[in-house]
Design a protein around this ligand. Structure first.
Ligand SMILES: C[S@@+](CC[C@H](N)C(=O)[O-])C[C@H]1O[C@@H](n2cnc3c(N)ncnc32)[C@H](O)[C@@H]1O
Length: 222
């Protein structure tokens, strides 16, 4: 069911909302339910709990949600929504805080539609806005930002561009999290840890590496 991100498909689930009739909408709702079923958390190995191939692992999402609960940020940014699993975790934490808003960016329109459906189903549309576009160009509130979750590209230049656009606007006391920092270790075009360390040194930020199965970096503005 469905296709890989970026591949065209004629399945009604990938039809733009404005062209959707009642029957296509029902297909979409059905498909969302199947994805929900498939997304039920199941242990994959002893180091982390997998939801699906692309969404962040549950341990990292719980860690992020705890930060949102503790810091009570007004503005949270996420680069890379995919199907909205991480957005739901963060959105629930904001809803519990009864303050703040998550702006999440996704370039793939079909993923945006699935994420919006998931957020609607979880009654989180008021707390989370899904923006369809590239992290390089999408228009966002100017900041400052309390928490940023970088979970889109790990390519050195693309991640650096996100740092320049968003992480430079981290508020005092704010945190940026960079997911999957060791997952792409063998790819010479990424060097995520080195990228974080360089950026921190150049911008007066504190850099920490959390030992976790897929790697998580933290940038903090004291
Ligand atoms: C690992 S998935 C995100 C998973 C999601 N954060 C979660 O945990 O549920 C990465 C997503 O980032 C999107 N993406 C990659 N580069 C992007 C960019 N430059 N701008 C916007 N979205 C991007 C991809 O289309 C993909 O859906």
């Amino acid at each position: 069911m469905g296709c890989r991100v970026g591949q065209p498909s004629r399945h009604p689930i990938f039809m733009p909302m404005e062209h959707m009739n009642e029957q296509a909408f029902q297909h979409l709702m059905e498909a969302s339910k199947i994805i929900e079923e498939r997304s039920k958390v199941e242990p994959s190995d002893h180091r982390f709990t997998r939801v699906d191939g692309l969404s962040a692992e549950v341990e990292t999402l719980e860690f992020l949600a705890a930060f949102i609960r503790r810091l009570k940020p007004e503005t949270v940014i996420e680069c890379g929504t995919y199907r909205g699993i991480s957005s739901v975790y963060m959105g629930k934490a904001l809803k519990k805080n009864n303050s703040g808003h998550l702006h999440t960016i996704e370039r793939d329109l079909d993923s945006c539609q699935l994420a919006r459906q998931r957020l609607l189903k979880n009654e989180l549309s008021e707390w989370v806005t899904v923006l369809n576009g590239s992290t390089a160009t999408v228009t966002l509130p100017t900041g400052p930002y309390g928490i940023i979750f970088h979970d889109a590209s790990r390519k050195y230049d693309e991640l650096r561009a996100e740092f320049e656009r968003f992480t430079t606007r981290l508020e005092n006391g704010g945190f940026a999290f960079i997911h999957d920092s060791t997952f792409y270790e063998s790819d010479e075009s990424c060097r995520v840890r080195e990228n974080c360390a360089d950026f921190a040194a150049q911008n007066g930020l504190v850099h920490m590496s959390i030992p976790s199965a897929r790697g998580l970096e933290i940038l903090h503005r004291p």
